[in-house]
Design a protein around this ligand. Structure first.
Ligand code: UD1
Ligand code: CA
Length: 463
């Protein structure tokens, strides 16, 4: 049985990025470039998938690794041919063809690769290379063909003659090669070129010289096969990918009121009939259900939003979970580990951190709720603060069902307020309160009649 293998070249540094970080770890739509390529090739269900790493190998492996992905270390970066050779030990006992791609081409699609591989199988060739025609072939390797169109070799721009440089058909760096030929050809490579490197491209001339069937397949969309070399190109590809993701979600039944201002990460999902307003950022593994409304100016990271949720204008959510029919904002900040049960409401200028808020419970104005567990049908008044930090440790606050927390309450944690408690306004609560109790601080209220007039007169005398 013929097998399909994939080799992804990702050992390079990417000098032109001017970055301390390996190029393939830079992100498009929130995901490392290499992870995009891995995902796209996994769509072919290869029998083996090998990523060649070198620069920042451990970090690349940590961020992009996963089930079914093997890594091969290229110790010294001696060229693209040497890189593929580094993958050879991972192909013991392998019979079939190897698809070679670069790790910096995030716009590649599974469909394009599948078509290329199919073409390779259908023509029964030893080697296929994917090419593209460019108005400006720049520094790319030129595809040299005979008068009747048969590919002869690929020559790097640096090593090309004047006649060869005129050629506009270039090598994308994507190949499908019969494995036995590939690995034996790599053994024969010589670094006899301007860069003194082992060029993978030289296997084309080797196949032709050996009389093995070889083809150059011209791709239609140059954007898809393009690699990223600079920050400028990274930004351009981000734009392209964002446009694709917006189209994809609109086609799936999501309304984007001003599409160009909505930014969607690769792993985000959005339910049908959800409406998303301008300037919304959907990051990480955010999941949004059906029939939600996000008014706009929202930054939503790694959060789960169930169905029929209303996120009002200007809200920041991270690592939070919003149940069905909940409402948040305007101007609210929900941080790591916040869970709103169905129909809970968190309103204007409320910050919640690592807290659970029960069904139908409301905190509508100006509050800080941290490390708290709040029951159902409770009301948290304006100006409520959970004092969860004593300067050394964080402490929990527990609030039962149907508790009424008056405005301007401070709850000094650790503390438990049992069910049906009524906290009077402006209370500092330092001790646990039993169910059904009223709690208040005694503070004498004094009224001094005529005080203001007297004070002003005294101040006027001083002038
Ligand atoms: C290569 C091709 C060129 C083609 C172009 C398309 C060769 C000799 N030339 O040129 O014909 O038009 O790609 O983009 O193959 N890499 C390693 N280890 C190495 C060297 C490179 O893993 O030792 C990886 C890089 O990380 C990168 C890819 O291979 O992802 C391409 O390497 P690069 O040096 O950029 O090749 P180009 O000079 O652009
Ligand atoms: Ca390159």
């Amino acid at each position: 049985m013929e097998q399909l293998g994939v080799v992804i070249l990702a050992a390079g540094l990417g000098k032109r990025m001017r970055s301390a970080q390996a190029k393939v770890l830079h992100r498009i739509a929130g995901k490392p470039l290499l992870s995009h390529v891995i995902h796209v090739t996994q769509g072919l269900y290869p029998d083996r998938l090998v990523v060649v790493i070198g620069h920042q190998a451990a970090e690349v492996q940590r961020l992009c690794g996963g089930e079914g992905i093997a890594f091969a270390l290229q110790r010294e970066l001696r060229g693209t041919g040497d890189a593929v050779r580094a993958a050879q030990p991972r192909f013991q006992g392998f019979q079939g063809d190897v698809l070679i791609v670069y790790g910096d081409t995030p716009l590649l699609t599974t469909a394009t690769l599948a078509e290329f591989v199919q073409h390779h199988y259908a023509q029964r060739v030893t080697l296929s290379v994917l090419t593209v025609r460019l108005d400006d072939p720049a520094q790319y390797g030129r595809v040299i063909r005979t008068a009747d169109g048969q590919i002869v070799k690929i020559v790097e721009a640096r090593d090309a003659s004047h006649e060869e440089l005129v050629v506009q058909e270039i090598n994308t760096g994507i190949y499908c090669v019969q494995a036995d030929f590939l690995f034996s050809a790599l053994e024969r490579l010589q670094p006899l070129n301007a860069q003194g490197e082992y060029y993978l491209t030289d296997i084309v001339a080797q196949a032709v010289a050996a009389g093995l069937p070889t083809q150059a397949v011209l791709a239609t969309d140059p954007n898809e096969v393009g690699g990223i070399n600079s920050r400028e190109e990274l930004a351009t590809m981000e734009k392209t990918r964002q446009a694709q993701l917006r189209s994809q979600w609109m086609a799936a039944g999501v309304t984007l009121e001003d599409p160009e201002t909505v930014y969607i990460d690769e792993d985000v999902t959005i339910g049908q009939d959800t409406v998303i307003g301008p300037n919304t950022h959907l990051k990480g593994k955010t999941r949004i259900g059906a029939r939600c409304r996000i008014d706009g100016s929202a930054y939503i990271d790694n959060s789960q939003i169930d169905d029929d949720v209303h996120v009002h204008f200007s809200v920041v959510l991270s690592d939070s979970k919003l149940g069905d029919h909940t409402e948040v904002g305007p101007f609210a900040h929900l941080r790591g580990g916040t869970v709103l049960a169905p129909r809970a409401e968190v309103g204007n200028f409320v910050e919640v951190k690592k807290s659970t808020i029960g069904e139908h419970t409301k905190a509508k104005h100006l509050a800080y709720i941290g490390d708290a567990e709040i029951g159902r049908d409770a009301n948290i008044g304006a100006g409520t603060i959970t004092c969860n930090y004593d300067g050394f440790r964080k402490h929990p606050t527990k609030i039962g069902d149907r508790v009424q927390v008056g405005s301007d309450t401070t709850l000094v944690a650790p503390i438990t307020i049992h069910d049906d408690v009524y906290i009077a306004t402006a209370t500092t609560v330092r001790h646990d309160v039993p169910a059904g109790a009223l709690v208040f601080n005694t503070r004498k209220e004094e009224i001094r009649e005529g005080w203001t007039v007297a004070k002003r007169a005294k101040e006027a005398e001083k002038k």
